[in-house]
Design a binder for this molecule. Sequence first.
Ligand code: VGL
Ligand code: ZN
Length: 187
Amino acid sequence: MARTAVLLVDAQNDFFPGGALPVPGGDAILPAVNALLELAGTRGWPVAASRDWHPEDHASFSTRGGPWPVHCVRGTAGAELHPGLALPPVFTMVHKATDRDRDAYSAFEGTGLAAALEERGIGRLLVGGLALDYCVRATCLDAREAGFEVALVLPATRAVEVHPGDGEAALEALRAAGVAVLAEVPR
Ligand code: VGL
Ligand code: ZN
């Protein structure tokens, strides 16, 4: 059976309430995310986490005509992982959207994540993080394309919903791509 890993997408201060690009109610994912991390610890599953890691003049920023406020500038407090995460002492971290002229929503885009997971015999991913309708969506779709089994833990993710309905649309697209959407943290 394929080995499982937990993949935590962009659980960074700027995407939580009080941050530069907050997901409304984003704090509500923390208990489920931590339950997922705890499960990883119990089962001996590796944990990987992505960070949105932009240069200060990134093309996605409104200051350059992009769609987003300045957020997750590499090296700033807003780009750090949320301090309330129960991360294990050792985990894999990848950084994405680091090119000033290109956005990248997926944690697989230009990060080497697929190879890093495959190298460790991982074939199945349990996913949580922010935001469901952008980076979590893109990450899960890329994971499927790369051949991983993917389960998204619903209470461990949340949509930013710039456009109402984007969260539901994301779930539909994910289910269509063969992503299992779990109503609870597995046990
Ligand atoms: C994200 C918007 C811009 C995300 C990143 O992590 O979902 N969304 N950059
Ligand atoms: Zn970004």
